[in-house]
Design a protein around this ligand. Structure first.
Ligand code: CU
Length: 117
């Protein structure tokens, strides 16, 4: 009986893990925020571990020009992505993310932040 209960608990946990795709938890600069200091790196925190080889982040300025330089998964936390960016003049920037989590599900989303003087 004890084994049966343990087995069914395992199944429930597995099912919940499969439903938990990687979504954006928060970002820096914060989603929708206005910052006075242009960031050198945009950081995104996700709700699940990512497959870095299949995850992309594009950041564009108001004219649609790419400003992202490269993507790096955090060395200690595989749910965190760091995106280096060119020097950002004041303006509105759009971050488009597409990530594949370790459960192989793809999720996408976007947000903006503003650099203002
Ligand atoms: Cu999933």
């Amino acid at each position: 009986m004890r084994i049966l209960i343990a087995a069914s608990l395992l199944i429930i946990v597995a099912a919940q893990a499969a439903r938990a795709h990687a979504f954006l938890d928060h970002a820096s600069p914060a989603v929708g925020s206005r910052v006075t200091q242009a960031p050198a790196v945009v950081t995104l925190w996700f709700t699940q571990q990512l497959e870095p080889a299949f995850s992309t982040v594009e950041i564009v300025d108001g004219g649609g020009r790419r400003v992202d330089l490269g993507l790096q998964v955090d060395a200690t936390d595989p749910t965190v992505l760091h995106v280096a960016v060119k020097p950002l003049p004041p303006g509105t920037y759009r971050v488009e993310w597409r990530v594949v989590s370790v459960d192989t599900h793809t999720t996408t989303g976007h947000f903006i932040f503003e650099v203002g003087g």
